[in-house]
Design a protein around this ligand. Structure first.
Ligand code: GLN
Length: 280
């Protein structure tokens, strides 16, 4: 991508060498070409970084960090009028601030997040994303920043009282989430997939599924908003959330880990959590 853009820029400059390309542009082009060459040798990282900035490409080394998320997951990420807000949005903003970078958040389907990071369309995803071995094959995770769990939501009075009672039942999940993945282990379970967690919860209210397996904090929000539902005491799984970056992007990973550590040590992370959960 980056290389192509630079190549195009070089080609354009060559084509218009006597007109549009002034001295400054020529200098930049030379720098870009130099950076591309030296990058391969692993040297002159700073020069490479400058090039990225000049190209206004979203990158860890540039001025802007692009985050992708699925803003259907309160209190971690959700829409508030035109804004995407929540714990992950605030944490990402705090990390970007520490790195001296601007943050841009893009919303997409949950199962598109890892591909977006893999392709370089985004720098990272913060999406209440559970760390698991399969995902680690595709992305690199930062240090974890939250404990989480998959819980089971049922209708009041349901005969389902614990995870073992899910055998043979209709289970609603959000596509591509760990709820979806692990519900696959339920004996004779009939998994119904929804684009949004809230849609799975609506299906439960309407009696279309017998239970929903979903992350604990969104579950609390959805149960509060829909009468007649409850969360079972026994969780389905225990998990941890982390931010995911492109595999091998150690520069960004290390910067983010340093920022996360600072946020934890200073109590700022807890303050963000309190703003959305504990204090409510
Ligand atoms: N924690 C779950 C997962 O990582 C769900 C996340 C989400 O729906 N945003 O699969």
């Amino acid at each position: 991508m980056k290389k192509n853009k630079i190549a195009v820029a070089v080609a354009l400059c060559m084509a218009a060498v006597l007109t549009a390309c002034g001295g400054t542009a020529k200098t930049e082009t030379t720098k870009a070409a130099g950076a591309e060459t030296t990058k391969a040798a692993g040297a002159e990282t700073t020069k490479a970084a400058e090039t990225t900035k000049a190209g206004a490409e979203s990158s860890a080394a540039g001025g802007k960090l692009v985050m992708v998320t699925n803003a259907e997951f309160p209190p971690y990420e959700y829409h508030d009028n035109n804004d995407i807000v929540g714990i992950d949005a605030d944490i990402a903003k705090a990390i970007a601030d520490k790195m001296g970078m601007e943050l841009e958040i893009q919303d997409m389907a949950f199962d598109s997040l890892i591909p977006a990071v893999q392709s370089g369309k985004a720098d990272f995803t913060a999406a209440g994303m559970t760390v698991n071995e399969d995902r680690k094959k595709n992305v690199d995770f930062t240090d974890t920043y939250a404990q989480a769990a998959q819980v089971i939501i049922v209708k009041d009075g349901s005969e389902i009282k614990a995870p073992a009672d899910l055998d043979g039942k209709k289970i609603g999940v959000q596509t591509g989430t760990t709820g979806d993945i692990y519900a696959g282990d339920i004996k004779d379970g009939n998994i119904q997939r929804f684009n949004k967690g809230m849609e799975a919860v609506m299906a439960l209210s309407q009696g279309k599924v017998d239970a929903v397996v979903i992350d604990r904090e969104p579950a609390k929000v959805f149960v509060k908003e829909n009468a007649g539902l409850k969360i079972l005491d026994e969780a389905f799984t225990e998990e941890e959330y982390a931010i995911a970056v492109k595999k091998g992007n150690t520069e960004l990973l290390e910067k983010m880990n340093a920022a996360i550590k600072e946020l934890k040590d200073s109590g700022e992370l807890q303050k963000i959590v309190d703003k959305y959960i504990t204090a409510k």
